[in-house]
Design a binder for this molecule. Structure first.
Ligand code: AMP
Length: 265
């Protein structure tokens, strides 16, 4: 008989402001350990001590799981975030967006308020499409399959990338790039201590850029670029929020590329 799977979600808040969140899809025997890990993570976040931590555990039973391939991982090393942002524009253009649209996407992230979810942007009109602009669209029901976790960690370890930020971001970006109508994503964290970010798309893979914002800056977020000529926004949001998705392959992890080499490509 197939084992039931569980969705476990953590959200930590301080004075109604989001501090951290995480989710996993796991089997029953992993629940206890994971509750401990997520509690420790919520209490130890660099954005401060939460006054409210919510952990929910839901049996998702035998819901149809979609198994997807991960995006391959590349890292561009840059000296400062100005150069990082130049690389982001180039990666967005390599994903099929115009220079003007790519610049608009970057500007949107520079000025966005902290949200729990992502901005969903129509690449033709440059209008925001989320039903609730204060919350954004939050991707859930995504994780790495437990069958490949050990090998994944070994592969990431070899390149110095075995941390939660990278594992969770690659999983999320892989699901997002697979969503109907999504052509690219731009992200940098709102964590003031974490300055790396990425551009992700089917064309460029998960392209990590070592600096996309100044240290100490707590502005960050995600922009999902949506092509409304391909599908309806409802179909896209349904997939992002509801479809239970597991990644069942190890990504290819490329060697680091310098700013100069990437810009000359
Ligand atoms: P993080 O990388 O966790 O610091 O997240 C950076 C920003 O991405 C957050 O402030 C949110 O705006 C957005 N974000 C985080 N998690 C998700 C998610 N699961 N779905 C959509 N957007 C998210």
């Amino acid at each position: 008989m197939k084992e039931d799977m569980y969705s476990i979600k953590m959200r930590a808040v301080r004075k109604e402001k989001h501090i951290s969140g995480a989710e996993r899809i796991i089997s029953e025997k992993e629940i206890e350990v994971l509750v401990q890990q997520l509690t420790a993570r919520a209490l130890g976040h660099s954005k401060g001590k939460p006054d409210f931590i919510n952990i929910t555990i839901q049996n998702i039973g035998n819901q149809a799981i979609e198994y997807i391939a991960p995006l391959n991982i590349a890292t561009i090393t840059v000296d400062d975030y100005f150069k990082g942002r130049e690389c982001a524009i180039k990666a967005l253009q390599k994903s099929g967006l115009s220079c003007k649209t790519s610049q608009a996407i970057l500007n949107m992230l520079k000025t966005c308020n902290t949200m729990r979810g992502a901005i969903l942007l129509d690449i033709h009109s440059l209008e925001r499409l989320e039903p609730d602009e204060n919350r954004g669209v939050r991707v859930t029901n995504i994780d790495w399959s437990f069958k490949i976790k050990e090998d994944l960690e070994k592969a990431l370890e070899k390149k110095g990338l075995n941390n939660n930020h990278v594992k969770e971001a690659v999983a999320l970006a892989s699901k997002v790039s697979n969503a109907p109508g999504i052509v690219a994503e731009l992200c940098w964290s709102d964590d003031p201590d974490y300055t790396a970010g990425y551009v992700a798309s089917k064309d460029v893979g998960y392209m990590r850029i070592t600096k996309l914002k100044p240290l100490g800056d707590s502005t960050g977020g995600r922009v999902f670029c949506f092509d409304s000529s391909k599908t309806s926004i409802e179909e896209c949001i349904e997939y992002l929020q509801k479809k239970v998705t597991l990644i069942h392959k190890i990504p290819m992890i490329k060697d680091y590329i310098s700013y100069k080499d990437f810009m000359e490509e």
